[in-house]
Design a binder for this molecule. Structure first.
Ligand code: AMP
Length: 218
């Protein structure tokens, strides 16, 4: 089964994608994670991408389409993929359909997580991650049990994304509304779109996604 998780930054796409990965054996493909890996490696692509990401804008369609094309050729994607943060423009959505068709694959469902802008800014500006195991936390909603120590692996090092500040988040929301939201009617017309209430508690959102996927073959 190949799924797309769509929604503004902070809607919970990454959290739900990890859950689906564990439960359904799908592989999470996050173009944001791939781009952050390029930035961390100091590659020419990473240096260029960092400027755009720090401004809250979208990197070029050609770059992310190329990354996804290469990644979906790998054998671990055979059982299915969760696209997280991709596609983000109608051109990317069209390229994804064409690319999958060439590989004899298709998108089986698109899940939209709907969340209010005010909640998004609060969610994003407080989030941080264990630098060692990647567990996600939040200053207000999900602090570690012992301050400064990761619940899962005991590490004392945490990171915050450079683009998770209030100013960049506002630009990312504008990019979502202007460039990404037009994808919704594209998938609606194909009968693939399922919208869930991303304002609900995490387990409730997961339940809504499960119910939406129950009727999906793939
Ligand atoms: P994310 O981790 O999905 O929030 O992505 C972080 C940043 O990476 C975005 O604000 C964009 O600058 C860039 N990015 C990630 N995915 C894409 C994409 N599919 N198209 C264009 N830019 C992207």
């Amino acid at each position: 089964m190949n799924l797309i998780l769509l929604g503004p930054p902070g809607a919970g796409k990454g959290t739900q994608a990890k859950k689906l990965t564990d439960e359904r054996g799908l592989v999470q493909l996050s173009t944001g994670d791939m781009l952050r890996a390029e930035v961390a490696s100091g590659s020419a692509l990473g240096v260029e991408a960092k400027k755009i990401m720090d401004a809250g804008q979208l990197v070029s369609d050609a770059i992310v389409i190329g990354m996804i094309d290469g990644r979906t050729d790998k054998p671990d994607t055979a059982k299915g993929v969760i696209f997280d943060g991709f596609p983000r423009t109608v051109a990317q959505a069209e390229a994804l359909d064409a690319m999958l068709a060439k590989k004899g694959k298709k998108i089986d469902a698109v899940i939209e997580l709907k969340v209010d802008d005010a909640a998004l800014i609060e969610r994003i500006s407080g989030r941080f991650t264990c630098a060692k195991c990647g567990t996600g936390y939040h200053d207000k909603f999900a602090r570690p049990k012992k301050d400064g120590i990761c619940d899962k692996c005991g590490s004392t090092e945490f990171t915050r994304r450079a683009d998770d500040n209030a100013e960049t988040v506002k630009a990312r929301l504008v990019a979502y509304r202007q460039q990404t939201a037009p994808i919704l009617p594209y998938y609606q017309a194909k009968g693939l779109l399922h919208s869930v209430d991303g304002m609900a508690a995490m387990p409730e959102v997961a339940g809504q996604i499960d119910r939406a996927l129950d009727g999906v073959k793939g």
